[in-house]
Design a protein around this ligand. Structure first.
Ligand code: ADP
Ligand code: MG
Length: 728
C-alpha cells in the first residue's frame, strides 16, 4: 500500500491526464484567481482503487503531491497557477463520530457529521514563502506547513542555483519577500456532534477545525455539515513549553452540506404506509393533541394549548416573494402562566418531539445566548469569533425557550428580526454575518410579580396579562398565538390533576432499575411502537413515530390555500377589523402599539398567522391544498387565544366530524341531561353515563371526549371525583 505514496506523483499524473483532461482545460481557460478541482472519491476509486485506498491512509502527503502535479501540468501548458485539489464524497465507512476520534484516526481521512458552533475571523498566512539570499540574491521557496511558526532557511541551496552559504558558517541572512510569497487565508471553526447522535446524558463531542484557502468564509455558525477532515495532533503548549499531551486539530479537506431536510430521520416504506394510514384518521387532530405531553393532564386551557402546539410542529410554508423577501412559515407561540402550571414540562416535551428541537432557558443561556455573539479570543489567538446561539442552532427546527421574560438585553434587541425575518445579523469586532434562524419559537413566560392577577379574568384581554410579564410590547406581535394558563385552583381540577400525576408516576419505570438493567426503559420499549396508551387509556403517538410523521410532512407537503379557504380567512379578518374599528374609534391599535383595554386589534400580521395555521392544519393531514376545513380550524384556534366571544361550538369546528359523530355527541348530551334531571341533587356519576352510552353503542372514549369538551366550555363541572353536573 505504501508503494502508492512513493509513486503517487506518477499515479496522480495518469489520473489527472486521463480522467480530468477536460477540467484542466476549462480551469486554464477560465483564468480564475483561486481555481479548485473537485475530485470525487468514487471517481478516483474506480480509476485506481489501490491509490484511492492509500489516500485514506496518507491523505496529507498524497493530496499535497496531487496539487504539485496539477501545478506542474498547468505550468507545462504555460500557466503558472495554483489549483487546489479537493477530495469530496468520502465512502460511508469513513464516517466517525467526533467523540470516537482517537489514535486510530490520526493522520487518516475521515468524515463526520456536525453542527458548526463557532467561526473565527479570517487571517492571511504565508503558505509558500520566498526568501532572498543576502549574499547572492538567489531566491528560494519554503513551504510553510505550521501556522504557528515561520520556517526560515538555514542555507542557500547550491543544487538549485544558490551560493551555498549558510546562516551558521557565513552568517548569511535571508530576507522574506512578502510580495512574492503566496498567502492563503485561514480560519478556525468549532464543530459539535449533532445533538440527535449524542447518547442521552452525554456531552456532545467537539472538534477544532483549521480551514484554509478558498474554503474560508464558506460556512456560518449554526450550519450542519458533513466535514471531510484529517485529524492531526499537536503537542499542547503550557507556559511556552511543549507537553507530552496532544490536542487534536482537524484539517478540513472539504465539506458537504445536507440537501434533504431532516436527513437524520430515516423513513422507510413501511413507515410511510403507517403515516399515510394514520393521516386518514378522522380524529387526527385530537390524536396529535393528545400526543403532546401525555403526562400533562388536560385541564382548563391546556387542551387548546396542546392543539396549537401540535400545529406548531408542522408549521406553515415559508415562501420567497419575487422581490426576494421572505415570508416565514414557522409558527411562534408564547405560553404565559403562573408557576406550576406545567409550562416547563410542555416545553421540554416539545423540544423532544420536534426534529431539531432545542430547549433553553432565557435566564440561564450562557455565551452566545439566544441569538449570536462575537467573542474575542475564543480560539486563544486573539481573533474575534462568531458563536451561534440557540436560535441559529435550531435552524429548521424548534427553539423552546423557558423563562423567556428573563432574556438578556442584547437578545431582546435582536429577537424581533430573529423571529420575523428569521435571520440574525451580527456586526461586531470585524465580523459581519447574517445567520439563518429558521425555527419556530415556543416561549414560556412567568409574571413579574410571581403570579398573574386574577380579578375578572374572563373579561381581561390577554394583552393585560402580557403586560404583567416584563416583555417589550412590540415583541407580542411576533407571536402567532399567546396563551395564558392560570392556576385557578379549582378543587375538582386539582383532584383530577393529582390523580393523573399519581397514576403517571405509578406507570413510569424506576430510573435506578433501568440503569441496573432490571427493567426496560419505557422509551426503548416505544422505539418500535406507533400508538401507545396513556394512564387514562387515551391513545397517543410515540415520540419516534411522531418525529417521523413530522419529518415526512415537512419534507413532502407544501400546501397552498384554495379560493374558498382564502375567502374564509379574508372574511374573518374583515369582520374583526370592522368590529375593532367601531370598538375603538381612535384606532390607536396600530401594529406594534398595543392597546391594553380592548381585545388586541387584528392587524395584517393576523392574516399571516391565520394562513400559517391553515397551512399547518392541512400539512398535518398531508393535504397539498388547504380548504375551508383547514381555515375554519385556524380561525377557531385564533379566536380561542384571543378570548373572543361567540366561538363556534367545538363540534362545529371539528369539520372532520362525521354525521354519526355529530349525532352521537347529541346523544351523549341527552344522556347526561336525562341522568342529571332524574337525580335528586342534579349530579350523575360517570359510570351511569358510560352505561347508558354503551346501550347506544357509544364508546367510553367518545363519552370522555364529549365530557371534556363540555367541561372546558363551562357547560359541565365536576362536583366530585367522576361525577358530573350542569353549571346553572
Ligand atoms: P411551570 O414551568 O409552569 O412553573 P412546571 O412545568 O415546572 O411548571 O410544572 C410543575 C409541576 O407540576 C410539574 O411536576 C408538573 O408535572 C406538575 N403539573 C402541573 N400541572 C399539571 C398537569 N395539568 N398535569 C400534570 N402535571 C402537572
Ligand atoms: Mg417553569
Amino acid at each position: 500500500m505504501t508503494i502508492a505514496i512513493h509513486d503517487s506523483h506518477s499515479r496522480w499524473r495518469t489520473f489527472l491526464e486521463d480522467a480530468k483532461e477536460d477540467e484542466i482545460t476549462s480551469i486554464l481557460a477560465r483564468q480564475l484567481t483561486n481555481p479548485v478541482m473537485e475530485i470525487s472519491f468514487h471517481e478516483l476509486e474506480s480509476f485506481d482503487p489501490d491509490f484511492a485506498e492509500s489516500i485514506i491512509e496518507h491523505p496529507e502527503t498524497i493530496l499535497k503531491s496531487g496539487s504539485h502535479v496539477l501545478r506542474e501540468i498547468c505550468q507545462e501548458r504555460g500557466e503558472s497557477i495554483f489549483v487546489d485539489i479537493r477530495l469530496i464524497e468520502l465512502p460511508r465507512d469513513r464516517r466517525v463520530a467526533l467523540r470516537d476520534v482517537g489514535r486510530d484516526q490520526i493522520g487518516m481521512l475521515c468524515s463526520t457529521e456536525a453542527v458548526i458552533t463557532k467561526i473565527s475571523e479570517i487571517k492571511p498566512r504565508i503558505h509558500l514563502a520566498k526568501f532572498k539570499c543576502e549574499s547572492c540574491d538567489f531566491i528560494q521557496e519554503i513551504e510553510q506547513n505550521n501556522e504557528r511558526e515561520l520556517k526560515i532557511p538555514v542555507v542557500c541551496p547550491q543544487a538549485t542555483g544558490g551560493c551555498g552559504s549558510s546562516t551558521k558558517s557565513e552568517g548569511v541572512r535571508f530576507e522574506l519577500q512578502m510580495d512574492q510569497s503566496r498567502l492563503v487565508n485561514n480560519q478556525w471553526m468549532e464543530i459539535q456532534e449533532l445533538p440527535e447522535q449524542v447518547p442521552s446524558g452525554a456531552q456532545p463531542g467537539r472538534g477544532l477545525l483549521l480551514i484554509e484557502g478558498d474554503q474560508v468564509n464558506k460556512h456560518l455558525p449554526g450550519e450542519r455539515v458533513t466535514a471531510n477532515v484529517i485529524p492531526t495532533v499537536r503537542s499542547e503548549v503550557k507556559k511556552g513549553k511543549k507537553t507530552p499531551l496532544f490536542d487534536i486539530i482537524y484539517q478540513l479537506v472539504s465539506s458537504e452540506q445536507e440537501s434533504t431536510p431532516f436527513n437524520e430521520i430515516s423513513i422507510d416504506e413501511e413507515d410511510i404506509e403507517i403515516i399515510l394510514s394514520i393521516s386518514k384518521r378522522e380524529d387526527l387532530l385530537t390524536l396529535m393533541r393528545d400526543s403532546i405531553a401525555p403526562g400533562i393532564f388536560s385541564v382548563g386551557q391546556i387542551p387548546l394549548v396542546k392543539r396549537s402546539l401540535a400545529l406548531q410542529l408542522f408549521g406553515g410554508v415559508a415562501r420567497i416573494n419575487p422581490d426576494r423577501t421572505r415570508l416565514r412559515g414557522d409558527i411562534h407561540i408564547l405560553i404565559m402562566g403562573d408557576p406550576g402550571v406545567a409550562k416547563s414540562q410542555l416545553l421540554q416535551y416539545m423540544s423532544k418531539i420536534s426534529p431539531r428541537g432545542k430547549l433553553a432557558s432565557g435566564g440561564g443561556v450562557s455565551g452566545a445566548g439566544l441569538t449570536a455573539a462575537a467573542v474575542k479570543d475564543a480560539f486563544s489567538d486573539g481573533r474575534f469569533a462568531l458563536e451561534a446561539g440557540i436560535l441559529p442552532l435550531s435552524d429548521r427546527g424548534l427553539a423552546a425557550v423557558d423563562e423567556f421574560d428573563k432574556i438578556s438585553t442584547d437578545d431582546r434587541k435582536t429577537m424581533h428580526p430573529a423571529m420575523e425575518q428569521q435571520q440574525i445579523y451580527v456586526a461586531k469586532g470585524g465580523i459581519t454575518a447574517t445567520l439563518p434562524a429558521r425555527c419556530s419559537v415556543l416561549a414560556a413566560a412567568n409574571p413579574k410579580k410571581g403570579r398573574f392577577s386574577t380579578q375578572s379574568n374572563r373579561t381581561r384581554s390577554i394583552m393585560k396579562h402580557y403586560k404583567e410579564t416584563d416583555l417589550p410590547d412590540a415583541l407580542a406581535s411576533r407571536f402567532d398565538i399567546i396563551w395564558m394558563l392560570q392556576d385557578e385552583a379549582r378543587v375538582e381540577d386539582d383532584e383530577r390533576i393529582a390523580k393523573h400525576i399519581l397514576s403517571t408516576r405509578a406507570k413510569a419505570v424506576s430510573e435506578a432499575l433501568i440503569e441496573e438493567g432490571q427493567e426496560l426503559s419505557p422509551s426503548l420499549e416505544q422505539e418500535e411502537m406507533v400508538i401507545a396508551r396513556g394512564v387514562d387509556n387515551k391513545e397517543y403517538l410515540t415520540i419516534p413515530f411522531l418525529r417521523k410523521y413530522i419529518a415526512y410532512a415537512k419534507r413532502n407537503i407544501h400546501p397552498n390555500l384554495d379560493d374558498q379557504a382564502s375567502t374564509k380567512i379574508w372574511e374573518y379578518y374583515r369582520d374583526a377589523r370592522l368590529s375593532s374599528a367601531t370598538d375603538d374609534r381612535n384606532m390607536m391599535n396600530r401594529d406594534d402599539n398595543i392597546n391594553d383595554e380592548k381585545v388586541i386589534s387584528v392587524t395584517a400580521r393576523a392574516l399571516e398567522s391565520l394562513i400559517r395555521l391553515t397551512e399547518a392544519h392541512s400539512r398535518m393531514h398531508l393535504r397539498q391544498t388547504a380548504t375551508t376545513e383547514d381555515a375554519d380550524m385556524a380561525i377557531a384556534i385564533y379566536k380561542h387565544w384571543r378570548n373572543e366571544a361567540n366561538i363556534l361550538d367545538e363540534a362545529e369546528m371539528h369539520s372532520n366530524v362525521s354525521t354519526r359523530n355529530r349525532r352521537d355527541r347529541g346523544a351523549v348530551r341527552g344522556i347526561i341531561r336525562n341522568l342529571c334531571s332524574e337525580s335528586p341533587n342534579g349530579i350523575t356519576p360517570l359510570v351511569d353515563i358510560y352505561n347508558d352510552a354503551a346501550k347506544m353503542n357509544i364508546t367510553e372514549e367518545f363519552v370522555n371526549d364529549v365530557l371534556e369538551k363540555m367541561t372546558i366550555s363551562g357547560e359541565l363541572f365536576c362536583p366530585g371525583l367522576d361525577k358530573y353536573s350542569f353549571v346553572r
